[in-house]
Design a protein around this ligand. Structure first.
Ligand SMILES: Cc1cc2nc3c(=O)[nH]c(=O)nc-3n(C[C@H](O)[C@H](O)[C@H](O)COP(=O)(O)O)c2cc1C
Length: 371
């Protein structure tokens, strides 16, 4: 239940909170750290480098015939890509989200917003979220809320409010136990997340996407999610941004966070794990750094790829034009892989042969995916 009073909104996540800047400050700090510090995984990689496409010297197609377009949440995309959740909920976030939305609209790719928790606490920065729909009227836009909030959900009215704020095509719920256990103000009450998720899946008219934030989703988690009706999972695996790394810069006791810097399921392995569960559409994110990664993710079982920090950094360093150029180069790399594997479209790319570092055919291995 949403109650508005003198710019104070209390909501039914099980507590009432006065208008507070804490959430906004935390979001600002996360953004600053991601832009200024090297918070990539140190030793662990995404695992994509373990897989090679089998080159097709007789592709029997023209490069101009290669079509990498797709549909996501019933809307067309020029290639299977989304900018995953980054920010929202403080003053500067409005400009960043407006620019990300402009880029996504120009490129015809999907956009995820950062956690909308702040929009539950007060109305100060609602515009930092709603601006994206004005700038990007035609693309799929995905809202975002955290597992810890979902676990305490007593009714779903507030969730509907978040969705309405951006006319969302889907709502992402992020599972981030690693970050919560390491961050100073973390909330580690994770009992009840599955039940809260089920409530949201049943009550919302739009799909729920369950995502990690850089530690990956396992087969058993994916199975539990499917059982409660979830149809979309963003694996957000290890190998890209380390949220233990980010929190090590905020913690008064950074030793623990540093110990867990490289924790998580590598993105490529997480795709294989999740793709063993029937009926899930998979978004592959966590360390995606180009069109070759996107192509491998799709051949391993994903439907779409996503990236966050590398795209944020490009926007902040090189502006809208620089980000559009980077995404164009990723699209071109993807099309080049498709040409060199004789894949006219993404359905054919899904079937393209991949071998692993032992030169075994990945698709006949024990990790054979659902298709
Ligand atoms: C600055 C920043 C803020 C983020 N905030 C959120 C968030 O609010 N909600 C969420 O689900 N994920 C958030 N993420 C996580 C990303 O969506 C993504 O899952 C993760 O960073 C791994 O992708 P990457 O390796 O491409 O960065 C954030 C990422 C960055 C870089």
């Amino acid at each position: 239940m949403i109650i508005k009073q003198n710019n104070l909104i209390s909501f039914s996540f099980g507590y009432k909170k006065p208008m507070s800047e804490n959430t906004s400050l935390r979001k600002e700090e996360h953004l600053d750290i991601c832009l200024q510090q090297d918070v990539a995984f140190k030793e662990k990689t995404t695992g994509f480098e373990r897989f090679y496409f089998v080159h097709n010297a007789l592709p029997e197609i023209n490069f101009s015939e290669v079509d990498c377009s797709t549909y996501f949440l019933d809307k067309p995309l020029s290639f299977p890509m989304m900018i995953t959740a980054i920010t929202g909920g403080f003053r500067e976030a409005e400009k960043i989200n407006a620019e990300l939305a402009q880029v996504c609209e120009a490129q015809q790719i999907a956009l995820g917003l950062g956690s909308q928790r702040q929009a539950c606490e007060n109305s100060n920065y609602w515009r930092s979220f709603s601006v994206v729909r004005d700038k990007a009227p035609t693309i799929p836009i995905v809202g975002n809320i955290g597992a810890a909030q979902v676990a305490r959900l007593s009714d779903t009215e507030i969730i509907q409010h978040l969705v309405d704020l951006i006319k969302a095509d889907a709502l992402a719920v992020h599972l981030n136990p690693l970050q919560e256990v390491l961050q100073p103000e973390g909330n580690t009450h994770f009992r009840g997340v599955l039940a809260g998720l089920e409530k949201i899946v049943r009550s919302l008219e739009i799909p729920v996407i369950v995502k990690e934030t850089g530690a990956g989703i396992s087969h058993s988690v994916a199975k539990q999610l499917r059982q409660i009706g979830v149809r979309y999972v963003d694996v957000s695996g290890a190998g890209g941004t380390s949220w233990a790394g980010v929190e090590s810069y905020r913690s008064k006791f950074p030793a623990l966070a540093k110990k867990f810097w490289d924790w998580g399921i590598p993105t490529a392995l997480s795709i294989l794990e999740v793709s063993k569960v029937k009926g899930l559409r998979i978004i592959a994110s966590g360390g995606i750094s180009g069109g070759l990664d996107i192509a491998k993710a799709i051949a391993l079982g994903a439907d779409l790829a996503g990236a966050a920090r590398i795209l944020l950094k490009t926007l902040c360093l090189n502006g809208i034009k620089g980000l559009i150029e980077l995404l164009e180069s990723w699209k071109n790399e993807l099309k080049t892989v498709m040409f060199l594997t004789g894949s006219k479209n993404l359905a054919q790319l899904k079937k393209a042969r991949l071998i692993n570092q032992n030169w075994e055919d990945v698709k006949s291995s024990i990790l054979r995916r659902k298709h």
